[in-house]
Write a protein that binds this ligand. Structure first.
Ligand code: GLN
Length: 280
């Protein structure tokens, strides 16, 4: 019996260890994934110094980025199972500038701000919109991209503009600005929240919601992948995307801002964005 319990415990530890290795690691990972006992990628800080990231982020050479990887073209899982996209590439370019490795952890969008605050990740980069509520909890870098909240509907829908949303069931990705606006404007009872945009779009395809409010570039990707959907021309909101860093780590924020400025200056930012968002 004891033996069996030991075996079970070992098995559980192994499973937990594997679960902890789900993130993409596109850089040096010395020590970062050796936190074997963690249950999921986000429950424990990456370093051993909870809540107090060392100078320059991470514990040593690796920056740990948190994202939610079903948000193409900013972040998505590629054919090899790695996380790629605009944010992943810009983050890698920043890490390169700082002479550090990069590890990417995939988690729920809603968990990102608290993961930054608690030190589980060094920064969040997830097509994240700068807003005053989040800015109370984390510091934001300078903006590296613009996002627009748009409305996806089924072709032929009676929803022809934002003014027609009243009384409709709106699908959103939980905790996003689109979710917050729709809840504020149309009431909680009109909004159905999903854990990611892909699930919200699937609900639209199945007729469970009348529309989905989400950022424009992911919207284009979802519409391209799901025939019969279209994006309304009227825009819900125009927003700035930025990188979220702990308020306890102004040093890292400065380093990221300096790296972003350099990458803007030398054209790297534009070339990464243009690679994923071809000019229309
Ligand atoms: N830009 C939106 C927000 O910050 C959505 C981001 C996302 O879903 N990854 O809330």
């Amino acid at each position: 019996m004891k033996k069996f319990a030991f075996f079970l415990a070992a098995l559980l530890m192994l499973t937990a260890g594997l679960a902890g290795c789900g993130g993409n690691d596109s850089g040096s990972d010395a020590g970062q994934q050796a936190d074997g006992g963690q249950q999921t990628e986000v429950q424990e800080p990456a370093g051993d110094d909870a809540g107090a990231p060392e100078e320059g982020g991470a514990d040593g050479d690796t920056l740990v980025m948190g994202t939610e990887a079903t948000f193409p073209p900013y972040e998505f899982v590629d054919a090899d199972g790695g996380i790629t996209g605009i944010d992943a590439e810009i983050a890698q370019a920043i890490a390169d500038k700082l002479g550090m490795g990069l590890e990417i952890k995939d988690m729920a969008f809603e968990s990102l701000v608290s993961a930054v605050q608690g030190g589980a990740i060094d920064f969040a980069m997830a097509g994240m919109t700068v807003n005053p509520e989040r800015a109370e909890s984390v510091d934001f870098s300078t903006s590296y991209a613009t996002g627009v909240q748009v409305v996806i509907v089924a072709e032929g829908s009676e929803i022809a503009s934002i003014d027609d949303l009243d009384g409709k069931t709106i699908g959103t990705q939980s905790g996003t600005t689109g979710d917050i606006y729709c809840t504020d404007d149309y009431g909680q009872e009109s909004v159905r929240q999903f854990s990611n945009g892909a699930l919200a779009v699937a609900a639209l395809v199945n007729g469970q919601v009348d529309c989905v409010v989400i950022d424009n570039e992911p919207a284009k990707n979802f519409v391209a992948a799901n025939p019969g959907l279209t994006i309304l021309e009227t825009e819900y909101a125009v927003e700035d995307y930025a990188i979220a860093v702990s308020k306890d780590n102004p040093e890292l924020l400065n380093q990221i801002n300096a790296a972003l400025a350099a990458l803007k200056e030398d054209g790297t930012l534009d070339s990464i964005i243009n690679k994923y968002i071809p000019a229309e």
